[in-house]
Design a protein around this ligand. Sequence first.
Ligand SMILES: [Zn+2]
Ligand SMILES: [Zn+2]
Length: 350
Amino acid sequence: MAKMRSAVMLGPRQIELVEVDRPEVDADSVIIKTEGMGVCGSNLHWWRGAERPTKLWPFPIPGAGGHEYGGVVVEAGKNIRKLKPGDRVAVDQFHSTSCGRCPYCSSGAFGVCPDRGDFVTPGFVDYIKFGEKGLYVLPDSIETHAAAIIEPAATPVAALRRLGLRGGERVVVLGAGVVGIVAAAVAKILGAGKVVVTAKYDQQERFAREFGADVVVRSTAGDAVEQVLSHVDGGADIVIETVGGSANTLDQAATIVRPRGTVVVLGLWEVATKIDSWAAVFKEINFMYALAYGQVGLRTDYEFTIDMMASGRLPLQKLITHQIPLANIREAFELTDDKTRGAIKVIVRP
Ligand SMILES: [Zn+2]
Ligand SMILES: [Zn+2]
């Protein structure tokens, strides 16, 4: 059997490449040679020593949790209609592995399909195998490796499209990693009036401004909640939480949102996180959690994201601050973990 490389997380801050079997094509799948793989903030929970595998951390140990891909189709099974070898694609794994028949799939909520069967993220590898559902051929203006950033960008896109902005909202985004920066940009695209972002590092502040934030508050300088509230008198209509981990941002969000406002939770948590329920109930806050993407109206969130990226309205390519060869995957994780070194998005390239 042909072999390929796969990253394995052996323990906190220990990662190495091993040889595994290369996936083989079958009638209903394609084999994609990866050209870009994003290191996700969620990959860092392991890296930093979180226990695994837990419900909080569903990724399997081989593969090290990689799940953001741009690549080229190299083989297509005999039942494949839309794709052929040579096609450059972005990968929506949730759509690709969904059943396509249940009420959730029928209504475009591929991410919560209960009939997915075994959902395994392939990881940081040379080749991946998927059904053609959820694979998107890239327009010429998007380089193949850069398509890896479409997956993390599609998450805030999906949340905001699902929430449905009506125009003029005052939006606060907590955190300015890729998800936070894109959330700010997409809120503006969908008609938000004022967007306030909290950022910890210089590059986060710079990109948040470049991507449309009206105000950036440095979360390290004094009381972030007080600073934010000074820019949204009476509270924000929408607060988008993108930090997770063990931060107190969910409670902060509940403080910042206005009565009957909405808190959108995009962060992934290592610990059970607390909020002040009395404060929340008196304000009648709506909480909305979002993980994956799907379809709103006739367009999927991936299509929307790809269109926005290709047209230049959402120049996601700019957020790729580092490209690291797969052979140096340890460095890719170190760069993603230590934001003082300037990273926004680190892309691993075979
Ligand atoms: Zn991710
Ligand atoms: Zn389904």
